[in-house]
Design a protein around this ligand. Sequence first.
Ligand code: ZN
Length: 316
Amino acid sequence: MMFSLRLFRLPAGAFILLLFVFASTLFAGTPRGAAAVALSRDKDGNETFFIFGTGAVGKLADLPKELRRSNYREVDISAWSNQFDYPALLKALADAGITVTRCYVPEPGKASWFRRNLAGPEPQPDAVRHVTYVYSPIENNSYNRRYKLPGKLKAVKYVTIHNTAEPFSARQERDRVDFRRDNASVSFHYAVDEKEAVQILPLSIHGWHAGDGGSGPGNTESIGIEICRSQCRGDADWQYRRSEANAEILACALLRHFKLPAEALRMHQDWSGKYCPHRILEENRFESFRARVADRLAAEPDSEESALLHQIKRAR
Ligand SMILES: [Zn+2]
């Protein structure tokens, strides 16, 4: 009684202000993590963005506003063109209070998949590499059924290794698959980064990752693993190295689960000739990658692999 009486003695303006502050903390929520954003530019010079985590698409000039509206305060950007006005974009984002963690753009004079980060330096590494299994299949809606969940795997005979050719995390890559609406048939079972192995497709369903069509063994008989952060080089190199080390553990766990030998490990390139996994191919390391997986497979699973195996058994 005393409390409500005191409340009524507040001036009406202060009372309304209190109510407003209370309501805005209820509805605003905490800011999300970093948005992943891809930029594109068509032949007429129209510049657009795509935010992976929300599926929002719009004119580049509206990106800062859209990020704020979606409660993002941090962004990772990737673009395949040097024609954007990056200084103007970075300034507009800074003015809107958005921190740019990564802004990867083509590196002049290098092959098309080489990029540099205009926003560097990257976040510092944690002391210890680790990998956690995240079960997060894309939504089973009509669009995704049509473009990303084509049907049952005929059998599981292979595990196929890819590099994303992007700087993004595994969760960001997962969101891109879930939300893209550009009529592209692109999907894969796992994205793995320096922290997490994210399961994106059910293990009974085949994906569109190998480029060998609707009856090729790459798509219809293999589990696809995208190793993330393959654009991260120099001071960001640790992110890729750890992502690849985590992929080694995941690949071994999948081979063991499906009772396959190390020879069942394939590259995207084996199915369709595409230069993928670009990072492993550049550094000519696929045989050494496979040999490390084979060594693991020949031994009893260690605690990290056992944890992944446990989750794979439970996964659908
Ligand atoms: Zn690939």
